[in-house]
Design a protein around this ligand. Sequence first.
Ligand SMILES: *Cc1c(COP(=O)(O)O)cnc(C)c1O
Length: 392
Amino acid sequence: MKLNDYLTGILEEKKEQGLLRSLRRVETPQDTHIVIEGRKLVNFSSNNYLGLCNDPRLKQAAIEALKKFGTSTASSRLISGTFSLHQKLEEKIAEFKKTKSALVFNSGYSANLGIISSLAQSEAIIFSDRLNHASIVDAIILSQAKFLRYNHNDTEHLESLLDKYSDTEQKFIITDTIFSMDGDKAELKKIVKLAKDYNAYIFVDEAHATGVFGPGGSGLVEEFGLCEEIDIQMGTLSKALGSFGAFVCGSKALTDYLVNTSRAFIYTTSLPPAVLAASIKAIEIIKEEPQRRSKLWENIEFMRGNIVGMGLDCLNSSSAIIPIMLGDNNLTMEFSKRLFESGIFIQGIRPPTVGQGKARLRITLTATHTKDDLSRALDAIKINAKELGLIN
Ligand SMILES: *Cc1c(COP(=O)(O)O)cnc(C)c1O
C-alpha cells in the first residue's frame, strides 16, 4: 500500500470515531480575548493563568535581552551555551521554590523525559498515577524501568503496590501535583508518608501549580509545606509564568547529576536569551503581585460554583482547570462548536488525551477574566446544555 493511502485510511477512521484533530489559527497574542480565524472569542482554553504572556514588562525584558545577547545561544549548555541569564534564572527558581538548586530545561516535555530517564535505572520501579501527563508516561518508557500505574489519587492502591515490591531497592513515586485534565490535586501528604514508609523517592510535576498555589506562588508543594520532603520537583515556565521552558529543582547533587547524565539537557541547544529574561521577570512579578493569584482564585470559585449549580459534573477540580464531563466524543465537540459560534472558546477534550468515554469540555481560567467574561460563558454554557438535553 502507498504511504499516503495508508495514512489517509487511518485519518478516515479517526474521523468516523469523532477523533480527528486539526489546528486552529490564532490571529492575536495569547490573551483573555483572542481572534481565531476571524472570530472574536473570550478565551477559556489557554494556560495563561496569570495573564502574563502578553504583559508589557515581560516583553520589555525579552527585548532588552534580545538586543544585548542576540537571538540564539547556538550552543548546548555544556559547550558555549550557558549564559549569565541561564544562571540568573536558575538562582531565581531555586530561591522561588526554596530548594538548594535548580536547572532549566527547554520544555516541560523534555524536562520530564530528561529527568526521569536519567534518574531511574532499568532495575528501578516507578509507581505512576494513572492520570499523569503524557510526557511522564513517555519518560518512564524511555527509562526502561518497571512501570506500575496506580489508580488515580488512590493511595491505598499505591500502598498495596509499594508493599508488593518492597524488596526493590530503587523506587520512585511520580505524580502531577495538579492533574492537567481533571484539575484536581494529588494526595501529596499521604504520598510523602508512603514514600517515607517504603523508602521511595518522590518526583512531582508542578506544571499547572507553579504560579497558582502556595503563599509565595511557587506551587502545591509550598502550599502543603512539603518543600523539604520532596526529592525532585519539576515545573514549567510556559504556563502561569507566560514564558517558555521548564525547570527541575532539589539538591545540588540532583542538578549536578543531571548536568552530567541527562540527555535531554545535554544534547540540545540551550534556551534563547529573550525567553530567559521573560521568565526571570515573570518570577519577580509573581512575588510582587499576589493580587493576580487572588483574582484567579476568585474567578475559579465563582465559575466552578455556578457550573456545579447548573447540575453539571466538574469532578473534584480544585484549580484553574475545570472540566465539564460529557462522555460522548461527538456531543463534546458539538457543545464546543456551539460555544465557539457564540464567542466562547472552550476546547473539547477527547481520547486519547482522556480515557474512553471521558470526553469533556475543559475550561481554564485566568486572573484577567472579568465578571462579564465569566457571565457570558456561563450563559452560553447553560443555554447549550439545555438545548443538548444535558440539564433541565
Ligand atoms: C504542559 C505540561 C507539561 C509539558 O510542558 P511544556 O513546557 O508545555 O512542554 C508537562 N507536564 C504537565 C503536567 C503539563 O501540564
